[in-house]
Design a protein around this ligand. Structure first.
Ligand code: UDP
Ligand code: MN
Length: 368
C-alpha cells in the first residue's frame, strides 16, 4: 500500500495494528486494494460474532492515524470527448481507469470532462471495471464536467493560442480540448490540487504517490509535469539553437539541458494558477508574439508548447516530475532526422508508474 513518503512510519504502525486486529479475530487479511482502504479498517466486529473483542483488546487510533485511514479523495480530471463510435478511445479509457483503480490506495473523485454521451459511456465502463474486480463503489465518485460549455467559455482565448501552438497541416491539436489545462481554474474552480491526465495511458503505480509530489512543490511552482521524452523542442528551436550555440534550451536533461515539458500528466495547483500574473500574461497575443519571436518558436502540440515556452523564461513556475510518472512511448522523431540523439531524450531509468502511449503508440500488453 502506498502512502506519502513522510507518512510511511505511521502507516507501518497502522498496518501492524490492523493485522493484529484481524489475527486476534481469526479474520482473513486480503490483498490491500482500493476497496480495503477504508472498509477493512473501519468495520467493527458484528456483535453476534463468537470471538468478539473485549474492550482492552481494542487499540484506539490517534487522530493522525485515523486521518491516514480516512484520507480525503484525490481529484483526477480526464478529458473524454468525441467518444461516439470511437471504440479505440473507449478502450483507452478502460485501460487508463482500470489500471488506475487497480493500484490506487485512496478514494478518487474523477472529474470527467465530456458530454452526455461520453459521461454515460464512461460511467458504464467504470461500473464494469468495479463489478469485474468487486471494487467498493464508494471509493470512486464521478463528476460530470461539460466540455462543450467550457469550450464555448474559453473560445476567444483558444483562438489566440491556436495561432501560436497548432499547426495548419496537422489539425489534431487545434481542438479546444488541448488548451483546457491552462483554464483548469475556471473549469474546476472549487478545487485546490488536481491531476489532469491523458487517457492514452496505463497506470502501474499508486496515484496517491503521484499526488504526494504536490508536497514537493516550492512556493513558486504552479504546475508539475515530466519532461518531454523526444527531441521535438530541439527541432522547434533549431534556428534559435543555431544562433545561440551555448543554449541549453531544447537539449536533453543528461547534458543539463531543458528538453521541454509533456502535458500527458499535469499536476495543477488551482489557486496558484488562478493567481499567476505571469501565466495570465502569456495568454495575451502581444506577449506570445514577443516570446515566440525571441525563440523562433512555432508549436503544434497545444498546451504543452505554451508551458514549454513559459518555462524558457520562468522555470520557477514548474515542478518537474520523475520521468517514470509519464513514460512516453512516441518514437516518431527517431525516424525523422533525430536518430543520433533520440535516446538521450527517450531514456528513462526510473520506476515506470505511468506509461503514456502518445502519438497513438500502442502500449504493449504485459504484467500489470
Ligand atoms: N482526447 C479526447 N478525444 C479525442 C482526442 C483526445 O478526449 O478525440 C483527450 C484524451 O484525454 C487524450 C488527450 O485528449 O488523452 C490528449 O490527446 P492525445 O493523448 O491523443 O495526445 P498525445 O498524447 O498523443 O499528444
Ligand atoms: Mn496522450
Amino acid at each position: 500500500m502506498m502512502v506519502r513518503s513522510r507518512s510511511l512510519g505511521q502507516t507501518g504502525i497502522i498496518i501492524i495494528i490492523v493485522l493484529c486486529f484481524f489475527l486476534l479475530r481469526g479474520g482473513r487479511v486480503g490483498k490491500p486494494d482500493v476497496n480495503d482502504v477504508r472498509a477493512g479498517a473501519t468495520t467493527s466486529a458484528p456483535a453476534e460474532e463468537e470471538n468478539e473483542l473485549t474492550a482492552h483488546e481494542v487499540v484506539p487510533l490517534s487522530d493522525i492515524e485515523n486521518d491516514l485511514l480516512f484520507r480525503p479523495p484525490i481529484d483526477i480530471a480526464l478529458i473524454f470527448t468525441k467518444t461516439k463510435d470511437n471504440f479505440g478511445l473507449q478502450y483507452k479509457f478502460r485501460v487508463a481507469v482500470g489500471s488506475m483503480l487497480r493500484h490506487v490506495t485512496v478514494p478518487l473523485r474523477l472529474h470527467l470532462i465530456t458530454d452526455d454521451e461520453g459521461f454515460s459511456t464512461a460511467s458504464t465502463i467504470i461500473r464494469e471495471i468495479q463489478e469485474g474486480h468487486q471494487y467498493n463503489t464508494n471509493h470512486v465518485k464521478l463528476v460530470y464536467v461539460s466540455a462543450e460549455d467550457f469550450a464555448m467559455e474559453i473560445k476567444s482565448s483558444v483562438r489566440v493560442l491556436q495561432d501560436f501552438f497548432t499547426s495548419h497541416r496537422d489539425t489534431y491539436y487545434r481542438d479546444a480540448l488541448f488548451f483546457f489545462s491552462i483554464h483548469l481554474h475556471n473549469l474546476l474552480p472549487g478545487l485546490e490540487r488536481v491531476i489532469l491526465m491523458d487517457i492514452d495511458i496505463k497506470v502501474k503505480g499508486d496515484i496517491a504517490e503521484l499526488y504526494s509530489h504536490f508536497d514537493h512543490f516550492v512556493s513558486t511552482n504552479v504546475i508539475g509535469m515530466a519532461f518531454e521524452q523526444s527531441p521535438v523542442y530541439r527541432h522547434l528551436l533549431a534556428v534559435y539553437r543555431n544562433e545561440n550555440k551555448k543554449t541549453l534550451l531544447g537539449s536533453p536533461k543528461s547534458e543539463g539541458g531543458f528538453p521541454g515539458y509533456n502535458s500527458g500528466v499535469v499536476l495543477v495547483n488551482i489557486p496558484r494558477l488562478r493567481q499567476s500574473e505571469i501565466i495570465r500574461n502569456y495568454l495575451e497575443r502581444s506577449k506570445l508574439e514577443i516570446a515566440t519571436k525571441k525563440y523562433g518558436f512555432q508549436g503544434h502540440l497545444g498546451d504543452q508548447d505554451l508551458y514549454t515556452l513559459i518555462a524558457f523564461d520562468h522555470p520557477e513556475l514548474f515542478y518537474t516530475l520523475p520521468c517514470g510518472w509519464n513514460r512516453q512511448l512516441c518514437e516518431w522523431w527517431r525516424k525523422h532526422g533525430y536518430s543520433n540523439v533520440f535516446d538521450q531524450y527517450f531514456n528513462c531509468t526510473d520506476t515506470i508508474n505511468i506509461i503514456h502511449g502518445n502519438c497513438k503508440t500502442e502500449i504493449p500488453d504485459g504484467d500489470d
